[in-house]
Design a protein around this ligand. Sequence first.
Ligand code: PEP
Ligand code: MG
Length: 875
Amino acid sequence: MTKFVYSFEEGNKDMKPLLGGKGANLAEMKKIGLPVPLGFTITTQACNAYYENNKNLGSEMESEIFNFLEDLEKKTGKTFGSIENPLLVSVRSGAVISMPGMMDTVLNLGLNDDTVKGLAELTNNERFAYDSYRRFIQMFGDVVLHIPKYEFDRVLDEIKRKINASSDTELTVDALKDMIKKYKNIIKRQAGINFPNEPKKQLLMSVRAVFDSWNNQRAIIYRNINDIPHDLGTAVNVQSMVFGNMGETSGTGVAFTRNPATGENKVFGEYLLNAQGEDVVAGIRTPQSIDQLKDFMSGKIYNQFMEIAAKLEMHYRDMQDIEFTFEKGNLYLLQTRTGKRTATAAIKVAVDLVAEGKITKEEALMRIDPMQINQLLHPVFDEDELNKANKLAKGLPASPGAASGKVYFSSEHSAQAASNGEKTILVRIETSPEDIEGMNMSQGILTARGGMTSHAAVVARGMGKCCVAGCGELKIDEERKILKVNDEIIKEGEYISLDGNTGNVYKGIIKTKAIELSGNFGKIMQWADEVRRLKIRTNADTPRDAKTAVDFGAEGIGLCRTEHMFFAEARIPIMRQMIVSDTKEDRIKALDRLFDFQKEDFVGIFRAMGERPVTIRLLDPPLHEFLPQNDDDIKVLADNMNIAFQKLKDKVLDLKEFNPMLGHRGCRLAITYPEIYQMQAKAVITAAIEVSKQDGLNIKPEIMIPLVGHAKELEILRKLVDDTAKQTLKENSCELQYYIGTMIEIPRAALTADEVARYADFFSFGTNDLTQMTFGFSRDDAGKFIDEYKNKEIFENDPFTTIDVKGVGSLVRTASKLGRLEKENLKLGICGEHGGDPKSIEFCEEVGLDYVSCSPYRVPIARLAAAQAVIKKNN
Ligand code: PEP
Ligand code: MG
């Protein structure tokens, strides 16, 4: 029989897959002697069994849960359902990978009309007992019975108004009793059942609800965004309650062992007196800084907590995010986990922990999520612009970055506008997990309530989104879709700007500028460079992009797409002339005019790159992409070129292709019009000669021929390019080394790579086209259905983002092997979008490619990912 339940005493931190993160860490804290309320964990396996059993717990699992409950009763000396000494428990989800706020929690379970009296007597605090009871009914109604929260909030507000209470803590016992009666009516009306009095029934219903919450909409979206597999399941932790709402010597809080925004080595946290955990996270009341705990009970709780925080950080050797509660002056720990942090903090904490001798450099490298580095590379507001900006208000700098966008007051509208291409700022009184999609699609998030550990702050930091939270000066009217601050009124659709580094909110749009990277960032990059084997190149078509990439550490250009160069205003007419030419002579005339432009392009790029290798790809897209498509534009061109409208229109129609991705493009163009590649090859070599001579550099260009599917294509085109290069060198009385290679982006080329390699000095895997052609998905259109493929778990990842190791990867592997069989030293690289994706980079390391090439802003990500790939391979 499978064991579905473990007491905290039975587990440890290495049992996360079974006990979930929360369960494993509660067990670990117990093991190292920290004050953790007793309890047990129902495993993730139990969750999967529940789903396999058509959402039934089954009698075996139920009786196992009750056995552990009995054991808990014995250990605590309290009894479930007893009036004299009732055992109350919390029921909390705990997935293997933490998903903050995504799943459900029920507190104070075990209360009913009888036990509440016992609790009141036992604690000598009737108000506390009834407050706990009304919280329980509300949570149970929301989480287990799915009754909208506002139903309960409405009653709460109504009663507060009636007795003139401004905060929840002012609710009297009578008011609470009245509320309980009304809450129960809501349950009866909305769920059609009486509120269950029987604690064991409450427990089983709650366990089922937590299992169900694994598949609620927001959890599914969160897993999709964060690439968390859908089949992990969640554990459920049942833990005896300790109460932060037992009066003014009780409280609850959340703290990080270091600052999660900056990485500063100082405990950072917040707490509320006389409150339960959910109050801090939900941002209902604005909490106090943990520093203020020093003045509470002569620092007793503060000192004890600091000692524990240090112990936990030392034990886990990483920054921890800790939940705690103190009941009548006694401190308890309810959770510890690796603290989510901004990229700035991740880097600082990693570098500091190495300096403190707590972790090795390699561990430090593994601690940073390469994709998170994106956050650092995002712009901040231009200072001059910022000085001129109209400041509206100041909130908490919850998550760094700078963002301008149109105000939207609901997640749905914000997401909708964003999917239509608008830049949006989601403005909410406070966010809740339902807002996840709108948050993800927005440029930034602004809330009126909540602290640095509120939902908005935690989630935004995880997403790397700019967020200003707890901006109390704002009067947000979500219904009328307006935001009032001082005398200003901002309506939906108007622009505001957020500075996540200062918490300032501005009216209108503010220009941004690139940020400077810290010394710690440089250190991490340097450590990564010491470890990685793969070279990192960039995909860049302009000297400016090339320079940006070099500044980020690019060691060469892996793909310079030459087609973009022809779209400039001065060039496109000549390009069009070339395309519509009827004779080779006319084509050559136009190409001769393009030559000068093209040569200057390459001079600029070679200069920007110095002696670093540069791979220039000859023309790739189908020619119709350069031609005008509607009659008006064709008419203008016909007039300019002095040819008849109909003649030009016929030519345009003639060039139109049904499936241009599979059409007359890439090397096929040069098979039919060799003079195009001749011009480009001549321009590359002439530019290389010029820069070599003028700048005293040794430029060794790499000329790349795209879309080869048959070795013969490359044989012919290699000769064409080679002859042109030799001729150009001869005309200039020059010697210069150059290489001619090909992209591997057609499955046939991969499968016959030994033949192809005979004519190639290098291969560069064009995994965009290779993915397209292996799956038979059009890369321009597949976006429409890929999400559905992910939802249906056909794909774990979009194969255009992360390489499909099994299929496309197998072609890469085969081609690498065959290519190197033919030519031992064949240089291998990748220049599809996958070159900047950490998981794909891991694959490239494993296959033994020489380099990856990615967009300039991804270069630091690739440097770190390449180092991590080596470390993973060695471990
Ligand atoms: C590729 O196909 O992977 C590639 C890099 O070329 P492009 O995206 O220009 O087709
Ligand atoms: Mg391609």
